[in-house]
Design a protein around this ligand. Structure first.
Ligand code: DCP
Length: 259
């Protein structure tokens, strides 16, 4: 099903100067983005991974000091709240996850990367674009975000991307592609408590959203530059975590994408 890999070279789109490139890793829940990001991080000193700020979503009180002393706020795991009661919490979750991602990705790159003589690359786990065109859109289509919330979400998202987007503009997207069934198995194996109620049907919907955005290019995106960002599609159906040969093969494709 996913044997072919579609490659659009990122290099032609990138500037030749010693600027830092930004690339996001996209893919379904539990496909292996973090594992792949670590692989890139270890592959060369020119790569720096900016992890998805998921621990912030699981501990909201700790990240927003003004709510720390609020006695009614006993539950602070927004990820859990969203999966437990999606109609009530999806909008709040999507707002907070996108805002915290933007804040994290807007941090200045480490000096090590700025001093690099090669091609320094900042690797993001997901982006503000998958937040909107995969997750928030899906929740809207499922009726868990209502039309007023969706209008508000799109309004502030467009505004923020227009204001700050140039600082986190992507030069490439790496799409880790695997079947929803495979992601379901990996999700079960890793056993993140909040995700235990996720059904295959949900992963299938997210899979279709990834395909529409990154392969079929049928998702209506609102940012001109985004439609031109090159996409490297990698087959993540095979288990790559413990297989060095497969890892080398994937890394070769990534290097080719950047050179
Ligand atoms: N999530 C969400 N809406 C978003 C971003 C994430 O509902 N805008 C949810 C989906 C997951 C959790 O947050 O339950 C973490 O999302 P990811 O799929 O990005 O991260 P994983 O840890 O699943 O990635 P991987 O296993 O591929 O490393």
């Amino acid at each position: 099903l996913f044997s072919s890999s579609v490659v659009y070279r990122a290099s032609s789109h990138m500037s030749k100067s010693n600027e830092i490139k930004r690339v996001s890793i996209e893919g379904n829940i539990a496909v292996g983005k973090s594992t792949f990001a670590k692989l890139l991080q270890n592959a060369g000193q020119d790569w720096e991974v900016i992890a998805e700020p998921i621990s912030k979503w699981q501990n909201v009180d700790q990240t927003t000091p003004q709510t720390v002393n609020c006695p009614q706020q006993s539950s602070s795991n927004l990820l859990q709240m969203m999966y437990h009661d999606p109609k009530r919490w999806s909008y709040t979750f999507q707002t907070f996850s996108c805002m915290s991602r933007m804040r994290t990705q807007l941090q200045p790159p480490p000096a090590r990367l700025l001093q690099s003589t090669g091609t320094p690359v900042q690797v993001y786990e997901r982006s503000v674009y998958s937040d909107r065109y995969i997750f928030a859109l899906n929740m809207f289509e499922l009726g868990c975000i209502n039309s007023t919330e969706w209008a508000v979400y799109q309004d502030w998202h467009s505004f923020l991307v227009e204001q700050f987007g140039h600082q986190i503009q992507l030069e490439g997207i790496i799409y880790l592609r695997a079947s929803p069934q495979t992601c379901m198995e990996r999700l079960g194996k890793r056993g993140r408590v909040e995700e235990q109620g996720i059904q295959l049907d949900y992963l299938e919907k997210l899979h279709t959203k990834h395909e529409d955005w990154l392969v079929n290019k049928s998702t209506k995106v609102h940012f001109e530059h985004l439609a031109k960002v090159p996409v490297l599609v990698l087959d993540a159906e095979v288990e790559f975590e413990k297989d060095s040969k497969i890892q080398d093969n994937l890394l070769t494709k990534v290097r080719h994408f950047f050179n």
